[in-house]
Write a new protein. Structure first.
Lengths: 428, 273
């Protein structure tokens, strides 16, 4: 079926940012009246004032796409790219500033888990309340009540006020209500960010059901690339309010991940890296990838010698430093970690101070061809994690006939191609 | 399948259809407010009766014994006060509740779509439920004083509707204004207090001198209170037709302009709240 159910044309949303009065967003009558009467007498003054005090911030600009019925679309992008704004416009919570959206079906949005839940009410009462807020009729809620309770697994606690629930129960109940909506179009915004692994699996499973067996159209926003690839066939990448990619989800998620600081020929400067969490110290300054001795490169043949040089700048000496390098594939799945404290009783590294370069020699790199992300971290036994950058740089692994004795590459091998020793045990 | 087009500045013809589709939400939000009020209380719903009762007792003592305002000789002063308190409580509680309503539900407004008018309207409904309880109390009082109402009672539903319309009109105005200008949050309690003294709650409308009559009757509450007294107390309370006409006009203006202003500002709620 290729009937278009959502059609977005040149959508734009702007917000006005004030500059003069930075105290608050709240307007006070006194200010508004004073300003308006003052500028009433001077038109030029009025215009100048308006230009000075307001700046337009375009959260979305010129976004267009079409989505057919029954398809699942993933919307990804960095924080601040405009994903939530797009969802808000599609959910009619906020009005667009330009462009237009055409919807040919009922929309239900799940932008936050447990919206409308009141902590004083019991689970039973909240199911009714939340269901009604999300758009279900009383009859519908009553009909699905048992299913919802079953999905959430809170039957024992139905008559306790929700404020007494554990956060896991709360989130399960909230999602259970929303999962049983029956709209034509379902919009889900990063709700998988809450809850444990089991809950996330359940959510994904349910959303998959909704899409495949029930045939509804789903728009899914997430930072979890594995989830996006599992659920969606198509993806849209947003950056700073504009759409920069639209295609099969593997391609688009790959583009998003590879948007890390580009490594130029095997070296990456990590001094001001955006992926470094606020809580970390900027200890790691540079990563250099080498193969076969001293060759610096970001392209490594499968099974070839692989080493990473980590430059650190330490403001204080570290007694028992522990360094680690991790490798993730283009789905964001972590495949392996090389840590200085693996398989060694004595500390592998001596105490370090000021500037040093530490080499991680990983031997033969047993990876299948593809693009991979390298993450690095510095920690100590006593102080824990000091610095960590996920996705610091990428490398490209290419097929190596020598490693495989002439065999061509096939994806059935999986991502890791480890060398092993083979003997004949019988007959001797 | 009906098509919905979302565009900048497009007036939603679907809004009224949506209001109907979401009609159960009126009930659910009011139900939630009432339920939450009495959770974890020992007295529970008894408070719904005790509160207005105490207010009535205090005001009767205050206005008749202390302030020495008196009713026309033919009826007990307490009944006169109560008949005025009834609609006043409804309207003032509606105003206070609805002006805060959208701000308090800011998480709903910024995360879910539904016609926002339902939020202040359901606060009015919550106050209406309290009103009904107080009305039952009034009936009890009238039985106590052996003062039975006559055919004038038939007009009561009209005045209830008038009170409702005035509450909604004012409520929508204040609600929309408060979202934009937070000052109103602090102004409203004061205005309500002030309103109590300029509305004929503790006194009867006929004590107002003729030259202030016109100004006085612009207060929509005046028509409502006079009407309540007229219908509940056998038409013995003073009643002036020009007053009623003014009230009707004011209420109609407030109601329609309230809806207009609220709809105009509603689009920006999620951005401003």
């Amino acid at each position: 079926m290729s009937d278009v159910i959502i059609s977005v044309e040149n959508l734009g949303k702007k917000y006005a940012i004030r500059h003069q009065d930075q105290r608050s967003n709240y307007k006070s009558l006194r200010e508004v009246v004073a300003r308006k009467t003052a500028s009433l007498f001077n038109r030029r003054d009025r215009q100048a004032a308006r230009a000075r005090t307001r700046e337009d911030f375009w959260a979305l600009r010129d976004v267009s796409f079409e989505l057919e019925r029954g398809k699942v679309l993933g919307i990804i992008g960095r924080n601040g790219a405009g994903k939530s704004t797009l969802l808000k416009v599609l959910s009619r919570i906020t009005e667009p500033s330009e462009g237009r959206v055409t919807l040919r079906g009922r929309v239900a949005s799940l932008l936050e888990v447990g919206t409308g839940f009141h902590p004083e009410l019991t689970g039973r009462e909240n199911i009714l309340l939340n269901g009604s807020i999300l758009g279900m009729s009383r009859v519908e809620i009553r009909r699905k009540f048992d299913e919802i309770v079953d999905f959430a697994g809170v039957e024992k606690f139905l008559d306790t006020p929700v404020k007494r629930y554990s956060s896991g129960m709360y989130v399960r109940l909230a999602f259970a209500v929303a999962a049983h909506l029956e709209p034509e179009i379902l919009i889900v915004d990063e709700v998988l960010a809450v809850g444990d692994k089991e809950f996330q699996k359940k959510c994904l499973g349910k959303m998959q059901d909704v899409a495949t067996t029930e045939g509804r159209t789903v728009l899914f926003v997430s930072h979890n690339m594995a989830a996006v690839n599992q659920l969606c066939t198509r993806g849209i990448l947003l950056s700073k309010g504009t759409k920069i990619a639209d295609g099969p989800s593997e391609e688009v998620t790959s583009m998003y991940l590879m948007d890390a600081v580009a490594s130029i020929d095997g070296r990456a400067d990590l001094r001001g890296h955006p992926a470094r969490p606020q809580s970390c110290l900027p200890l790691i300054t540079q990563l250099t990838v080498r193969t076969r001795g001293e060759i610096i490169t970001s392209t490594i043949p499968s099974g070839e010698e692989f080493a990473v040089d980590i430059c650190v700048t330490l403001p204080m000496p570290l007694e028992e430093p522990r360094l680690a390098i991790a490798i993730e594939d283009s789905y964001g799945r972590r495949l392996m970690t090389f840590a200085s404290y693996f398989n060694t009783r004595r500390p592998a590294l001596p105490p370090l101070s000021s500037h040093c370069i530490i080499r991680c020699d990983a031997g033969k790199l047993p990876l299948a061809p593809g693009r991979y992300l390298i993450s690095a971290s510095v920690s100590t036994r006593d102080d824990g994690l000091l610095d960590s950058i996920d996705g610091a740089m990428w490398i490209e692994v290419v097929w190596n006939n020598n490693y495989t004795d002439g065999e061509p590459y096939s994806p059935v091998y999986g991502p890791i191609l480890k060398e092993s020793k083979w003997f004949v045990i019988e007959p001797l | 399948m009906s098509e919905l087009i979302i565009e900048a500045g497009r007036t939603e013809k679907n809004y009224w259809r949506d209001l109907w589709r979401y009609r159960e939400l009126f009930y659910f939000l009011a139900w939630r407010d009432i339920l939450v009020r009495y959770k974890q209380t020992v007295m529970g719903v008894a408070w719904a009766v005790i509160r207005p009762f105490l207010i009535m007792v205090i005001f009767t003592i205050l206005f008749s014994r202390v302030a020495k305002l008196h009713a026309p000789a033919s009826m007990p002063y307490a009944l006169l006060v109560m008949a005025g308190m009834l609609p006043w409580q409804f309207i003032s509680a509606s105003l206070s509740a609805s002006s805060e309503s959208v701000i308090q539900s800011s998480n709903l407004v910024s995360k879910i779509y539904f016609p926002r008018m339902i939020v202040p309207a359901s606060s009015v409904i919550t106050s209406f439920v309290d009103f009904l309880i107080t009305l039952a109390l009034m009936a009890g009082m009238m039985a106590w004083y052996r003062f039975a109402p006559d055919w004038h009672l038939l007009a009561l539903p009209l005045f209830v509707a008038l009170a409702f319309a005035a509450s909604i009109g004012l409520g929508l105005w204040l609600c929309a204004l408060t979202v934009e200008y937070r000052d109103f949050r602090y102004v409203i309690p004061f205005v309500v207090q002030f309103g109590l003294y300029i509305s004929p709650v503790g006194f009867s409308s006929d004590v107002v001198p003729a030259k202030w009559r016109l100004l006085f009757s612009l207060n929509p509450v005046v028509g409502v209170i006079d009407g309540f007294r007229w219908s509940l107390l056998r038409g013995q309370a003073h009643f002036w037709w020009p007053d009623l006409t003014n009230s009707l006009i004011m209420t109609a203006v407030l109601f329609s302009s309230g809806i207009w202003y609220f709809r105009k500002m509603e689009r920006g709620f999620a951005d401003v709240i």
